[in-house]
Design a protein around this ligand. Sequence first.
Ligand code: SF4
Ligand code: SF4
Length: 437
Amino acid sequence: MQTNFSLAQLADSDTAESEKILRKCVHCGFCTATCPTFVLLGDELDSPRGRIYLIKEMLEQAKPATATVVKHIDRCLSCLSCMTTCPSGVNYMHLVDHGRRHIEATWRRPWADRWLRQLLAVVLPRPQLFRAMLLLAALARPLGPLLPARLRAMLAMAPVLPAARSPVDRPQVFPAIGARRRRVALLSGCVQTALLPSINEATIRLLTRHGVEVVVAEGSGCCGALTHHLGKEAPALASARANIAAWLAEAEGEGLDAILVNASGCGTQLKDYGFLLRDDPAWAAKAARVAGLSRDITEFMAELGLARPVAGSGLTVAYHSACSMQHGQQIKTPPKTLLAAAGFVVRDVPEGHLCCGSAGTYNLLQPEIAARLRDRKLANIATVAPDLVAAGNIGCITQLASGSSLPILHTVELLDWATGGPLPPILRDARFARASG
Ligand code: SF4
Ligand code: SF4
């Protein structure tokens, strides 16, 4: 694609990067077929190619964002399905991130939108505050039908009561059981610790049982993805720097073989730290080092090897591959290989490349499109008649669970159970309890 930036514009690092990305696009349109919003809405401006044109025009003209640009960029899930499909290697992720930052800097949203986005940016990365909000949501539940669509969507996603803080989500070291084979840091995260603390608990049991020492490092916290996708760069980079400092202190102390992540949305963010901080001389090299150490828990376990299964054998698991897992990190087989090695019968979900509608805060900001994608995903899951659904991202788990009575679990909860851990809390009914024997 031809571009028309001035030399002065190209002196800006973000613009120079976006220009390189734009020049790779050959307008072929292959990406439109696998874009969830184009599949649903059928509008070229809701396709990757259409959005690329909108961003190009906005950046080239160095003008404030327009209502049209904001509408169609806001509707993008950042699912990155287009990046998997693109034959020319267009890095849509970095381009749309730049577009979002430009919108944030130049477009004044209606006050309700501004208020909601600010609320999400402040509350979600802070587990204590998020728990308090979940409690308020539980109290407000009876008012649900009277509230506007976005607040109704938030209430629908909230659990009946927030989970208590797990003792594992504090800075500490979990020694390996038996001889120590590896030493890792675990990103304990933010939203996940308040919604499903059982995921970190299962992760730590699974790792220590396999001879891995696990550190929850003092000073580590939210990865920054939630604020990053809202176009709020300063808090996103502050989160990245805090994590990098915390993990490098561990790496330079007792050493780290990896930094593990059990929420693939966060994993995609960590692996991009090097790019995000590339222009900061004090942090660029450190960020690249942390990005290089970052692994999804299933990548790590697939290399380490799984102990012989003792429970769960024979249950049919529909594996839902989160977009951040399959498109953001291109991790496709390890979770399924591990589940099969643990004795489960693993089924792929038809249209598996399409997003479930979760996409960070998307299901809260675009509830109608998100609900259509969720229902489509659940209908596809139903065709494989599973006993359970496994996914590697808290957002997908919450999104799918909001419309289904099937047990939706994190992959590590199943791997932990199968190799000697307790029955996952969601499976505590007679049928699954029998399988644990
Ligand atoms: S990130 Fe997803 S929703 Fe956005 S343009 Fe690409 S495929 Fe479409
Ligand atoms: S598939 Fe790639 S090259 Fe083709 S239009 Fe989409 S982004 Fe451009």
